[in-house]
Design a protein around this ligand. Structure first.
Ligand SMILES: N[C@@H](CCC(=O)N[C@@H](CS)C(=O)NCC(=O)O)C(=O)O
Length: 220
């Protein structure tokens, strides 16, 4: 059966899954869940994903798969070629570490539910909320830069000359920088690797603004 991906054009976690699916040549139908309209909170979507977040991936008649990095690991196990992880254990640990700087530590701080909480419960005005978003987005980029600029494993991509999960996460974080007007001039290695990532058709075609549900002039 064709997989079904519940996602949304601007969702960075959806981008991660979309890029991995395309990279591995796995067909999936994307069902948009409009985060701007709060569609993730509707009961029918809650029945798919009780956390009210995207992505969710339907792969069979069983429960949907949730959490983008768990889904990437699943895809890697089910369709090992082309790989998104290096062959050696140490290399895999490095790639997962870089990926999780984004997926585990940085991205959760900028998602709609956090932004809404800062606005509605903490009563932070828009400039203060923007400072929050810019601060955590830049901090993740600078952390990646500190690793990538000095570690000898860095190549054309985050780890050697083939793309991995770390590159999918890095490119998503650069999209976040675009959303929140964070300049990437202080992170030249990240910017260089992002440019390499966008030469990969599967990544480029998966990027937020190239999705059919993306608006022409998005307001973030
Ligand atoms: N750790 C999760 C993050 C899921 C997540 O927070 N997704 C965002 C979109 S990128 C979302 O659905 N947010 C809805 C909300 O915050 O209300 C993953 O990697 O899948």
């Amino acid at each position: 059966m064709t997989m079904k991906l519940y996602g949304f054009w601007r969702s960075l976690a959806s981008y991660r899954v979309r890029a991995a699916l395309r990279f591995k040549g796995i067909a999936a139908e994307e069902i948009p869940i409009d985060l701007m309209k709060g569609a993730q909170l509707a009961d029918d979507y809650k029945a798919v994903n009780p956390q009210s977040v995207i992505p969710s991936l339907i792969v069979d008649d069983g429960a949907p798969l949730v959490q983008s990095m768990a889904i990437l690991e699943y895809l890697e196990e089910m369709r090992p070629q082309p790989p998104l992880l290096p062959k050696d254990a140490r290399g895999r640990a490095r790639v997962r570490g870089l990926a999780l700087i984004v997926a585990c530590d940085a991205h959760p701080l900028i998602v709609p539910r956090i932004r809404n909480y800062l606005e509605r419960e903490m009563h932070l005005d828009e400039p203060a909320r923007n400072r929050w978003l810019q601060h955590w987005t830049l901090q993740a980029l600078e952390t990646l830069e500190a690793h990538l600029a000095k570690e000898p494993e860095t190549g054309r991509f985050c780890h050697g000359d083939a793309p991995t999960m770390a590159d999918i996460c890095l490119s998503g974080q650069v999209f976040a920088a675009g959303y929140f007007n964070v300049p990437t001039t202080t992170v030249p290695t990240v910017a260089r690797i992002f440019a390499e990532c966008m030469k990969i058709e599967a990544f480029d075609r998966s990027q937020p603004l190239k999705q059919p549900d993306a608006p022409k002039n998005p307001a973030h």
